[in-house]
Structure formats: C-alpha cells, structure tokens
Ligand binder design. Structure first.
Ligand code: SF4
Length: 227
C-alpha cells in the first residue's frame, strides 16, 4: 500500500483479506472456531491495537474485544479521545480462538501472521499497542515480560510500539495495573498528537530519550513477524 492509498482503497483491501480469512483452514484452530475474528475499526487509523487471539465472546460474535475487557479498552481509548470506529483499528495475533483460551502455538502463529502483517501494512498506523505479554513479546522479539516492557514507546518498523497490560489483567488485578495502563495510553496520545517524534538514529543512551529501540539484538529484517 502506498502512502497515497485512499481510506476507501485500504478498506477494500482489508475487506478482501477478511473474506479470505473467513474461509481460512491453514491451521487447526479452524476446526473449533465459530467465527474468524479478523479485525475491526478505521482502515486509516493512527492507532492499531494487537491482542493475542479471540476469546469465547469474540468467537461467538466475530468481533475483537467484546465483553468486559473490550469495555475497559473502550474506556481507556475514550480517556485519550479515541474510539474504535474512529482512528483505531483492533486485531489479534491469531484470528481464530484457541480452545480453552490457551496460548496460540508457534505453528498457528506462523500460519496466521501474514494476515497481521497485511493489516499493519494497509492500516499503516503511527503507533501499535500490544496488549499483554503474548503479543508484546512476540512483536518485540523479546523474552522480557510486560511488567518490565511497559511504560515505554519503542521505535518499531518506522512507527512506535507501546506495550501495555491486557485489560483482563486490570479487571482481575490491583488498581495499579489500571493506573499503569492509563500512563501507557497517555504515551499513545502523545504519539497520535505528534508530541513524540520518531528518530531512527536515536539510541537509548541519548540524552533524556523519550523513545527506545526494541529490546532485541536482531536486526529488523530478521524479526519473526515479518520474516
Ligand atoms: S488462526 Fe489464522 S491461520 Fe489459523 S485458521 Fe484461523 S485465520 Fe487461518
């Protein structure tokens, strides 16, 4: 997708991909799903949110982040003046529900990753937010857990990536988890408003860095999601 692609062109291509995914049987998750949960939101969004995979309600409805986690996510977005229909696109690492909400397996991620890659390419957001350990560690190619990763905006593939907790963790955790998520979403607001500037040459040892490179020794071209 070129920078000149219109919103309508992005929407059309996402629709084609969604139709393709709806019939996908590339991994065993196809056997137990009710619906493929491809993604939802503004095809021209500044913010793309990436979760792990659909849960039971998402599988039933075919939409990402419905239920209590979705309500909390909507609240956090509203607090920074964003809405999922407007300047936000929401997707998952895998598009079909892992049975029993287990973690997706590597073979399933490998089978599904091109959909996420295409979503990122088409939406071309300024900032990606990864929710929870799974998608954060996967996209940043790190074993570092979300508690240590969060609170920062990483420079990632020409855009920012802000890892934060999964809303479910805030719902079952202490008030500090929700407070941390609010801090992270403020970083998102800073990127969307242009207050955080992408600086490819910047490194974490610079003076008062506001963004950091991903915590990986691997060059970007070897990042698993895009390999
Ligand atoms: S999880 Fe992804 S690769 Fe597997 S069947 Fe669903 S859409 Fe296809």
């Amino acid at each position: 997708m070129t920078a000149q692609a219109t919103k309508q062109e992005r929407a059309s291509q996402l629709e084609v991909l969604a139709t393709e995914a709806a019939a996908c049987t590339a991994c065993e998750l196809a056997d137990s799903r009710t619906n493929v949960v491809f993604g939802y939101g503004d095809p021209d969004a500044d913010l793309m949110i990436v979760g792990e995979g659909p849960g039971q309600r998402e599988d039933e409805q075919g939409l990402p982040f419905v239920g209590r986690s979705g309500q909390l996510l909507d609240q956090l977005l509203d607090e920074i003046d964003l809405r999922r229909e407007d300047n936000v696109y929401i997707g998952n690492v895998v598009k079909c529900r892992p049975p029993g909400n287990r973690d997706p397996r590597q073979t399933e991620i490998d089978s599904c990753k091109d959909y996420l890659r295409q979503q990122l390419r088409l939406v071309d957001p300024k900032v990606v937010v990864t929710l929870g350990n799974f998608s954060s560690k996967l996209l940043l190619r790190t074993e570092t857990g979300i508690t240590r990763l969060r609170g920062r905006a990483f420079q990632w593939w020409g855009r920012f990536l802000v890892p934060t907790f999964h809303p479910a963790a805030a719902l079952r955790g202490s008030a500090s988890v929700l407070a941390d998520m609010r801090t992270d979403f403020q970083l998102v607001a800073d990127v969307v408003a242009g207050r955080l500037v992408y600086e490819p040459a910047q490194d974490a040892s610079g003076s008062e860095p506001t963004a950091q490179s991903p915590p990986t020794d691997e060059p970007a071209s070897q990042m698993g999601l895009f390999s």
